[in-house]
Design a protein around this ligand. Structure first.
Ligand SMILES: [Zn+2]
Length: 162
């Protein structure tokens, strides 16, 4: 069959109102729902299995590369650590330092107190928010890409490596 005729026949099959629709029931429903992703993530737990394996015990800043329970990778590749960094920076600057400067400008906070609060907050808050920023980042990542969870990949035929 000539190429053009083959293309026209394929187009007609695709556009035909009598064509067989792609069955949706062949896809496996997600094992981990978005609600579970949020509740597990905000509890600093693995979004995939819910185990308390995100952080290394006894270390304030130690993040496991993968879940010890289910094996899912937390570190999704090069540059993934920038997500928590951006969240941490954003919360610190826009949630604390700028409001403190606003108090200086509009509410007569002294210059010395403003500097002390801004510098102190800029040093202390990232330390306090470190674990939360990792959890929030992973929660957001898997909330919008739930099929990246290994539990949700079963039956979807997706590449298990990314
Ligand atoms: Zn897990």
């Amino acid at each position: 069959m000539p190429l053009l005729a083959e293309a026209v026949a394929g187009f007609r099959r695709t556009m035909s109102p009598h064509r067989t629709p792609t069955p949706n029931h062949t896809r496996t429903p997600m094992q981990v729902t978005r609600q579970q992703i949020v509740t597990r993530g905000f509890a600093n737990r693995c979004c995939n299995c819910g185990a308390d394996t995100l952080f290394k015990p006894g270390t304030p800043f130690g993040v496991h590369e993968a879940c010890a329970s289910c094996g899912m990778k937390f570190d999704r590749g090069e540059g993934f650590y920038l997500g928590p960094l951006v969240i941490n920076y954003g919360v610190t600057v826009f949630g604390f330092v700028l409001p403190v400067i606003g108090f200086y400008v509009y509410r007569n906070l002294s210059a010395g107190m403003t500097i002390a609060l801004a510098v102190g907050g800029a040093i202390l808050l990232p330390v306090l928010l470190y674990r939360l920023s990792w959890s929030w980042w992973l929660t957001g990542y898997f909330y919008f890409l739930p099929t990246k969870l290994t539990a949700n990949r079963d039956g979807l035929g997706e590449d298990l490596e990314d």
